[in-house]
Design a protein around this ligand. Structure first.
Ligand SMILES: [Zn+2]
Length: 282
C-alpha cells in the first residue's frame, strides 16, 4: 500500500502492520475470549464510562453501530458537557452513562462515525490535535510523517479540515483540544505544556468561534505520558473544565473532572471484547 495514500479500510491498515504486531493482536483476541466469559458481569452501580476511539474505517461502520447498540443496552449516552457537570457538581450520578469521545481528529469520524451517532441520537466529543487539522498528505509530508512515526500508525489516515469541524459542531459535536503537535507532555517543560494547552485552545476558539472547554492528553497514561500532579492543574489554570486520560475504568460520584478515565476501543472489536473491557476496573 503506497504511503501517500490514506487508509480507508481497517483491513488495509492492519495489513501494513508488521507480522509480529498482527500476531500479537490475534493472540490477544484469542486470550480475551475465555476471559470475557468469566468476567462478563457489568457493574450495576452508578457510573460514567468514557469509551474512546481514534478512527472508524469504512469496513468498521457496522461494528461501530453494533458496539453503540450494546452500550445502549447497558446505560444512556450523555454529552461531555453533561458528564463533566455531573462529576463537578459531586451529586449522585443517578444512573449508568456512556460519553463517547474520539482522539486526534480524523476525517472518518465525520464521514463514518457521525452518521451512526446521529441515527442513534448519541452525543460525542472529538479531541483535535490542531497542527494537523486541514493537513494534506502531499503538501504537509514532513509534518504528517512526524505524527505517523510517533503514533506508530502504519498508514496515513486523513485528518479533518476546519470546515469539517465547523460542520460537526453544527450537528452537535463537542470539539476539544488534544494539544497542537501531539507531543508527549511528560517530555516537555511546564512552559512548553502551557504553550500546547494555550495555542490549541486559541486555534479552536478562533477557527470555530466557541469556548474550548475540554482537553485530552496525547496517549494519556498518567505519569508516563503526562505529569499527573501538575499537567491537569496547568489545564485548569488555562481555562479547561476537564482533563481526559487513557487510564481504563469507571468514573464515580465525587471524582475529579481533571482525571477522567477512559476505555480505548476499536470499532471492529466483537461484543465479547467490549464486555471484557467493560467488566474490568469496576
Ligand atoms: Zn492522540
Amino acid at each position: 500500500m503506497p504511503k501517500n495514500q490514506y487508509a480507508e479500510n481497517y483491513s488495509d491498515f492492519l495489513h501494513c502492520f508488521s507480522k509480529k504486531k498482527r500476531l500479537r493482536y490475534l493472540v490477544r483476541n484469542i486470550v480475551i475470549y475465555p476471559l470475557s466469559l468469566k468476567t462478563h458481569k457489568i457493574s450495576t452501580s452508578e457510573w460514567i464510562r468514557f469509551p474512546y476511539y481514534h478512527y472508524v474505517f469504512n469496513d468498521e461502520r457496522r461494528g461501530f453501530k453494533r458496539q453503540l447498540l450494546l452500550m445502549r443496552n447497558m446505560g444512556e449516552f450523555i454529552s461531555l458537557d453533561n458528564a463533566v457537570e455531573l462529576l463537578r457538581e459531586q451529586r449522585k450520578i443517578g444512573g449508568r452513562y456512556f460519553c463517547i469521545t474520539f482522539d486526534d481528529g480524523f476525517k472518518n469520524v465525520a464521514t463514518n462515525a457521525w452518521p451512526i451517532l446521529s441515527e442513534l441520537g448519541c452525543p460525542a466529543a472529538v479531541f483535535v490535535a490542531t497542527d494537523y487539522i486541514g493537513s494534506d498528505i502531499q503538501r504537509d509530508q514532513a509534518l504528517l510523517t512526524r505524527f505517523y512515526a510517533t503514533t506508530g500508525y502504519p498508514m496515513p489516515i486523513e485528518f479533518l479540515s476546519w470546515d469539517d469541524c465547523r460542520q460537526l459542531l453544527k450537528i452537535g459535536a463537542t470539539i476539544g483540544s488534544h494539544t497542537c503537535s501531539h507531543l508527549r507532555m511528560s517530555a516537555l517543560s511546564p512552559e512548553a505544556v502551557q504553550e500546547q494547552l494555550r495555542k490549541s485552545k486559541e486555534a479552536i476558539e478562533t477557527e470555530l468561534g466557541i469556548v474550548c472547554r475540554h482537553f485530552s492528553a496525547p496517549w494519556g497514561r498518567p505519569s508516563q505520558d503526562f505529569r499527573q500532579e501538575s499537567d491537569p492543574i496547568l489545564a485548569r489554570e488555562m481555562g479547561y473544565s476537564s482533563f481526559l486520560t487513557s487510564e481504563r475504568g469507571l468514573n464515580f460520584q465525587g471524582q475529579s473532572p481533571y482525571h477522567i478515565r477512559r476505555d480505548q476501543l476499536r470499532a471492529g472489536w466483537s461484543n465479547y471484547q467490549l464486555r471484557y473491557f467493560f467488566s474490568r476496573n469496576n
